[in-house]
Design a protein around this ligand. Structure first.
Ligand SMILES: Cc1cc2nc3c(=O)[nH]c(=O)nc-3n(C[C@H](O)[C@H](O)[C@H](O)COP(=O)(O)O)c2cc1C
Length: 419
């Protein structure tokens, strides 16, 4: 960049916005989008942006803040290094204005080496992400898709099974597209297959086969408390440890009912108790070693019910459940082995999926019901559970309780059985 005098004259004046800072670094956790349309309702995470037009916007993974990047901000960001500290004065001398520099810092795209609270916060967040072992592209994907207080914007779309909602309605313009364009077929075939080997239909009626056939998502729960023994059985069979091994001095692994990438079992189960026999409402952590529910925060029943709906991004049937399980990944354990690894984040989701199916089969077998959702307000869940979202973060939630004997239209679809 062209060398010149710092904008604003003398250094003492020019750095007034910049406090005592002498050196600056940029974060490695930022990403840019190029917007060439009027995205008046663009909601990448918890940030709402109105009418951005033809712009470059930057998203900071340190603050979850999305801002416009004009040419000067882009130039300033390009001048900075995420590895070496550079002199603030040098940056000013290269023609970057103090306002631009202070905005980059204020919004979390760069930080100073000073001891101000904000600088310390940004530096420690950067260190935490790096030390946890996140691959930066995975972290950006994770954090840019995080939701906070999503209930209002998700609205009735929370009811994914309510296909009536897909009929065009004025309130939600997103409903028009799926109604007009036919979906790709439910059953897929490869037209370019070379030949076909016909298989005989096997109709073995074992216990597992029956469970698999009976399994379905249930969303209409009765007011009856969930039996304490049902909760205990569910947690023990889905999350309890069955065997242990020490493959190396620094690592102990356990075997559980679901498979897990690297045998690390990084998924923790938190229980938001709303209506369980003999257990007061509140947030609990399922302590696998002790087979106990460790209370994190007691709540009134009303607070617990409100929180469950909030965590489920407004999906109202969570209110009627007896418990809401929140599944959270310990990224620090997963990335201990798979540090800076391109597939580790995918493995965390695969773990969640396996556990979900185990829970579905267990609840079906026990005669209770559940529904899984990934559409959670994870930022809210993290705050409620005291998680930093970096070394450990909420991923998904499950509504569970005693099911109503009937299926409820708009909540649970009826299907035509295969004959
Ligand atoms: C990854 C995933 C996300 C889901 N998200 C939701 C959700 O947000 N809300 C909901 O009501 N159901 C959700 N479900 C449940 C599905 O809607 C349900 O499995 C599907 O409609 C098929 O019905 P069945 O489970 O009864 O076979 C989800 C399921 C999966 C596997």
């Amino acid at each position: 960049m062209k060398q010149g005098k710092p904008k604003g004259g003398k250094r003492s004046e020019a750095t007034s916005r910049l406090g005592q800072a002498t050196r600056i670094k940029r974060t490695q956790y930022a990403q840019f989008h190029f917007i060439s349309s009027d995205w008046s309702e663009f909601v990448p995470s918890d940030v709402r942006v109105k009418s951005l037009g033809n712009k470059v916007v930057g998203f900071s993974g340190l603050t979850n803040v999305l801002i416009n990047f004009d040419t000067e901000k882009l130039m300033a960001f390009a001048e900075l290094s995420s590895i070496e500290w550079i002199s603030v004065y040098g940056l000013l001398r290269s023609g970057i204005g103090e306002k631009t520099i202070s905005q980059l810092v204020e919004k979390g795209f760069a930080y100073f080496d000073d001891v101000s609270e904000w600088s310390v916060f940004l530096r420690s967040k950067e260190e935490l992400i790096t030390n946890t072992g996140w691959k930066s592209s995975s972290y950006m994907c994770h954090v840019a898709n995080m939701w906070q207080d999503m209930s209002q914007s998700l609205g009735d779309y929370g009811r994914l099974d309510a296909f009536d909602e897909f009929l065009p309605n004025e309130k939600d313009p997103r409903s028009i597209l799926p109604a007009l364009c036919p979906a790709p077929p439910a059953l897929y075939r490869r037209e370019d297959a070379l030949s076909r080997v016909q298989l005989k239909s096997e109709t073995t009626q074992g216990h597992l086969t029956n469970l698999l056939r009976k399994r379905r998502s249930r969303r209409w729960f009765t007011d009856e408390s969930l039996k304490r023994k049902h909760l205990s059985e569910l947690l023990e069979n889905a999350f309890g440890w069955l065997a242990t091994r020490k493959p190396m001095p620094t690592l102990t692994v356990v075997r559980k009912s679901s498979p897990s990438g690297g045998c690390l079992h990084p998924t923790e189960c938190y229980v938001l108790v709303m209506n369980v026999e003999g257990i007061s409402p509140g947030y609990y952590h399922y302590n696998v070693a002790e087979h106990s529910l460790d209370l994190l925060r007691g709540l009134t029943c009303e607070e617990a019910v409100k929180d469950a709906q909030e965590i489920a991004s407004g999906q109202y049937y969570f209110r009627s459940a007896a418990i809401c399980l929140i599944l959270a990944t310990r990224f620090d354990r997963l990335f201990w082995k798979y540090s800076d690894h391109a597939k580790a984040y995918a493995a965390s989701w695969a773990d969640i999926g396996h556990i979900s199916q185990t829970l579905y089969l267990l609840t079906t077998d026990m005669g209770i019901g559940m529904t899984f959702t990934a559409a959670i307000s994870d930022a809210n869940a993290n705050v409620a559970l005291g998680l930093d979202g970096v070394s450990q973060g909420s991923m998904a939630a499950i509504a569970c309780g005693n099911v109503h004997p009937e299926l409820r239209r708009n909540l649970e679809m009826t299907f035509t059985p295969r004959v």
